[in-house]
Design a protein around this ligand. Structure first.
Ligand code: GUN
Length: 300
């Protein structure tokens, strides 16, 4: 008879609790900055249009600022705003000494050239780390960007704070987006992992993922990664936030990750839940980047 005790149970990495610890560390530092210099960090959060998901992310970011004492500058622009108007707003924020970080929520409406907008943000205020110069420095050996992108930085922080070493490990990143897949691959490489990226043209993703000591799932495909694809004992960081229909919920949907969590728990060594894993860390890292940007200016 199969004993249930032989079933492996992964350590669930509690991103919400880790993020809360980081937020209280940031609140302490903001208080000290305010006492010593009479100034607080400022973050401008710019949103264009009415996308429901973007609005809820932006609301979370603004509320998190208030909780730790960061002043948030709320810029809400209509869906049909002209690219030049948005860029003028970015220039205005670049010149405002009370603003230490500028975040333009993505995606932007189709008529706006995202690349142009992101390139206009001053690299000293690029708390998202999406400016081509910051990404370029992230990619190069011996160079350091002023800011690392928030979600990738949050993934690495979860590994570090869970005692999982990256050096020399096989890390597989599933997805190659500019926001997560690509920059998290670069961060893992900087941390001396052997990095493989799986994407939509990879011929046999399962066999690649099965070799991974660390899996970063950022494909945006609900429960795509099955337990049989995971190497026993691997660390699984699930960045996916996918809404699936669930008539038992009042909202009619629930959020699931890119990994089949229930089954993967029996195989993985560590795993992040969705929600409550990577999501809260993205916000915590945004606050950290804003604090670091402000310290560079205020303490100079
Ligand atoms: N859209 C989804 N994730 C992010 C993020 O981390 N930053 C910005 N600016 N937009 C996003």
């Amino acid at each position: 008879m199969e004993s249930p005790s032989t079933e492996r149970k992964a350590v669930i990495i509690d991103g919400k609790a880790i993020a809360q610890t980081i937020r209280s560390e940031i609140a302490d530092e903001v208080r000290v900055l305010s006492q010593n210099y009479g100034k607080v960090p400022g973050l401008a959060v710019v949103i264009v249009g009415n996308r429901k998901d973007s609005q809820s992310y932006v609301t979370m970011k603004r509320m998190a600022c208030a909780e730790v004492g960061i002043k948030s500058f709320d810029i809400d622009l209509p869906e049909n705003v002209l690219e030049d108007e948005l860029i003028n707003k970015v220039h205005e924020l670049n010149a405002n000494p009370d603003v230490h970080g500028i975040l333009v929520q993505l995606p932007l409406p189709k008529h706006i050239n995202e690349e142009r907008v992101l390139s206009e943000i001053s690299i000293e205020k690029d708390v998202d780390g999406f400016h081509p110069l910051n990404i370029g420095k992230l990619a190069m050996k011996g160079r350091e960007p002023l800011f690392q992108p928030c979600t990738p930085k949050g993934c690495l922080e979860l590994l570090t704070r869970s005692g999982i070493s990256v050096k020399g490990k096989n890390a597989v990143v599933v997805g190659r987006s500019n926001i997560v897949g690509l920059p998290v691959s670069l961060l893992l490489l900087k941390a001396d992992a052997t990095v493989t990226i799986v994407h939509s043209h990879t011929s046999d993703p399962e066999s690649v993922i099965r070799e991974a000591d660390i899996v970063i799932a950022a494909a945006g495909q609900a429960m795509m990664i099955k337990s049989g694809w995971i190497k026993p004992g691997a660390a699984v960081i699930d960045v996916g936030t996918n809404a699936v229909d669930d008539p038992s919920k009042k909202s009619g949907y629930r959020l699931v990750g890119d990994v089949d969590f229930q089954e993967a728990c029996k195989v993985a060594g560590w795993i992040t839940p969705v929600p409550g894993g990577v999501g809260p860390m993205t916000v915590a890292m945004l606050l950290k980047n804003t604090l670091d940007g402000a310290k560079r200016v205020i303490q100079q």
